[in-house]
Design a protein around this ligand. Structure first.
Ligand code: URA
Length: 442
């Protein structure tokens, strides 16, 4: 087999066999196939697309490129959750403890932020002492004991995805349905959970900008999960504007804590309830979505979800006082700057991707995998889509440690927010749910 022939076949619209896909993954991972040939194949896939069978074969070849975690030491149904990535997306910090308090076993491997989207692991590390490096035994013990563990992805989890993702990121080949589906599902399948809940983002801050593409991605991933006996459900949710108000690591942890205490932003809480209800259904801890929602709301209102968060933080070495008084104990930026509305109007657009980049320039995110980040910095929106602002009203507050970066972020925030004389049309928060038996559109 020759890589040249594979590139040519795909370039001309052919369908790769399972053996050819495995040849590519194995050859690229071991370094026998160079970056330039892998890039050419990725670009051919981008334009010619892949069939469902090719996508499933690529997923399994990437999943099997490293360790396949065995979670059989954890009693009960293990449910994993994954978001395709967004801005201000602190859902895992809330959802994990919420559903664990309802008896679901959550064994989760999470990633770090890259580009304009943040990562759960970075956010958790803003809690002093919190460790995301757990041995396999600690990981399994914690899930058995308290129902929840979140660890950083080990280097040997789907290593082919890691190498290919870095290449896609630099060759404009990220936003292809098959390549995203294979990337996400290879990691989820290798992580060993029995059931998978996906939060597929749609809109300006997401990889999939249109609702139609987001449903197509959801369908592809749900079918891959079903094909390997891992029941998968996908919720399609809005990322036309950031989720909640806070963007940046410690700022998002603070907002997550408020949400677990019942004082969070409406959109964030609502999304957590919808995703959580689906996780309870997957874990067979509820018989209807209504029952599951009511149970989760009660756990938040009675403090059980927040208590579970504290238990989880303590189990991973984090400082509980930081969680109990985040204002005093989480990392704090030195410079607080208000961004004011230049004119009156309705907030007609908030380009989530640009807001993500504003946070990135402040130092909250990584430009490259090697960049270090500042856990204290970021921004807090004061207005969301449809709100009205008078000239001079505060649109956002920047938390920064560098005056030059503040200026850059302010410029980006003002570019991202569009003020208009007319109120924008209402956009749903949840667009639909895709399961192996069908799709529901809201
Ligand atoms: N998230 C992933 O894990 N992979 C992608 O390709 C895109 C989003």
């Amino acid at each position: 087999m020759r890589m040249y022939d594979l590139i040519l076949k795909k370039r001309n619209g052919g369908e790769m066999t399972k053996a050819e896909i495995e040849f590519f993954i194995e050859g690229y991972l071991t370094g026998r196939i160079p970056d330039y040939q892998a890039s050419a194949l990725l670009m051919a896939i981008f334009f010619q697309k892949m069939t469902k069978r090719e996508t499933a074969d690529l997923t399994m070849a990437m999943a099997r490129s490293g360790e396949m975690l065995d979670l059989s030491g954890i009693e009960g149904i293990k449910v994993d959750k994954h978001s395709t990535g967004g801005v201000g997306d602190k859902v895992s910090l809330i959802l994990g403890p919420m559903v664990a308090a309802a008896g679901v076993k959550v064994a989760k491997m999470s990633g770090r932020g890259l580009g304009h989207t943040g990562g759960t692991i970075d956010k958790l590390e803003s809690i002093p002492g919190f460790s995301v490096e757990l041995s396999k035994e600690q990981f399994i013990n914690n899930v058995n004991r308290i129902g929840l563990a979140i660890a950083g992805q080990t280097a040997n989890l789907a290593p082919a995805d890691k190498k290919l993702y870095a290449l896609r990121d630099t060759t404009a080949t990220v936003d292809n349905v098959s390549l995203i589906a294979a990337s996400v599902m290879s990691k989820k399948i290798a992580s060993g959970a029995d059931k998978i809940l996906l939060d597929v983002k749609t809109g300006s801050g997401a990889f999939m900008k249109t609702v139609e593409d987001s449903f197509a991605l959801a369908r592809e991933m749900v079918d891959i999960g079903a094909g390997v006996g891992r029941e998968t459900v996908a919720v399609i949710s809005d990322m036309e504007q950031p989720l909640g108000y806070a963007v940046g690591n410690a700022l998002e942890v603070k907002e997550a804590i408020a949400t677990l205490q019942g004082n969070g932003p409406k959109d964030l809480y609502e999304l957590c309830l919808t995703l959580g209800a689906n996780m309870l259904l997957l874990a067979k801890k509820a018989s209807s979505a209504e029952e599951a929602r009511a149970r989760l709301q009660e756990l938040v209102e009675k403090g059980a979800a927040f208590n579970k968060f504290k238990e989880f933080v303590a189990a991973q070495g984090g400082d509980i006082t930081a969680v109990e008084s985040p204002d005093n104990c989480l990392p704090k930026a030195r410079l607080i700057t208000e961004v004011k509305a230049p004119k009156a109007g309705f907030i007609a657009k908030i380009n989530a991707e640009e807001i993500g980049f504003a946070s990135l320039v402040l130092g909250a995110g990584r430009e490259t995998k090697e960049s270090s980040i500042d856990l204290a910095v970021g921004l807090v929106l004061h207005k969301k889509l449809g709100d009205y602002a008078q000239a001079g009203d505060v649109l956002a507050v920047i938390h920064s440690n560098d005056p030059e970066k503040t200026k850059l972020a302010e410029k980006k925030i003002l570019q991202a927010i569009e003020l208009s004389a007319n109120a924008p049309g209402k956009r749903p928060l949840i667009f639909g749910v895709v399961t192996s038996s069908g799709s529901k559109t809201y």
